[in-house]
Write a protein that binds this ligand. Structure first.
Ligand SMILES: [Mg+2]
Length: 229
């Protein structure tokens, strides 16, 4: 039997990049008048709650997906691509670059594990040369338009563990020996699932947990001590 591989999983928002991309996306959509002012403020409100793990994210995500009912997938892909180039591609944290390189060097597959959309994830993977992504996907009708539905479970909280386990199984990866990097308390289930949890510029709740459990804490505003293999 071949030995199982070690992988490195990365959260996106406030981990690989320094911001919440959902907020910037909502702002961009509002600027282009593709969502109403009210929809924008609802989204912004939920993103704040989400940051502090105070919200039923499933309900919020389902609501956001309904804004796109009837939009052709290709349009959304193009929009997301344009938005990414303008707002996101320069926001990779300095420490993230160091960590990605170190894991690549070590031969670990690099996997994006995010609650953002599949369209964002495709571009992230191409831009920073990752090997795979696990993210939220939208239901499509026969003509390739969004129905307003989202695949379940959501790739969030416990759902991230479901997708990671499935992917690990298919790719001969041992999660007990793998790494996961995140800033957010909402990622606690996946941080507990891997053998090498890594906490990056954590929110206050996650800081307390990491200190209690002895998980390494990194500051990815810096390149020093960005990675501990
Ligand atoms: Mg995050």
């Amino acid at each position: 039997m071949t030995q199982k591989k070690v992988a490195a999983f990365f959260d996106l928002d406030r981990t690989l990049i320094s911001v919440n991309s959902g907020y910037l996306y909502a702002k961009h959509e509002r600027a282009n008048k593709r969502i109403t002012a009210q929809q924008f403020w609802i989204s912004a409100f939920y993103i704040v709650l989400y940051h502090f793990s105070l919200v039923d994210i499933e309900a919020a995500y389902r609501k956001a997906a309904t804004y796109y009912t009837g939009v052709p997938e290709e349009d959304l892909r193009t929009r997301t691509h344009d938005w990414f180039l303008e707002y996101i591609q320069n926001l990779l944290q300095p420490g993230a670059l160091v960590a990605l390189e170190a894991h690549r060097e070590a031969g670990h597959p690099l996997v994006l594990l995010t609650s953002s959309s599949e369209y964002v994830s495709e571009i992230v993977m191409d831009t920073w040369n990752l090997d795979a992504w696990l993210a939220n996907r939208f239901e499509l009708d026969e003509e390739g338009r969004l129905t307003g539905g989202v695949n379940t479970p959501l790739c969030y909280g416990d759902g991230k563990v479901v997708y990671a386990e499935r992917w690990a199984e298919e790719n001969n990866v041992d999660l007990d020996a793998s790494f996961f990097y995140s800033d957010s308390y909402s990622d606690r289930p996946m941080l507990e699932r891997v053998g090498q949890p890594r906490v990056v510029n954590p929110d206050p709740r996650l800081t307390r947990l990491a200190r209690k459990l002895g998980w390494p804490i990194h500051d990815w505003n810096e390149t020093e001590n960005a990675v501990l293999l």
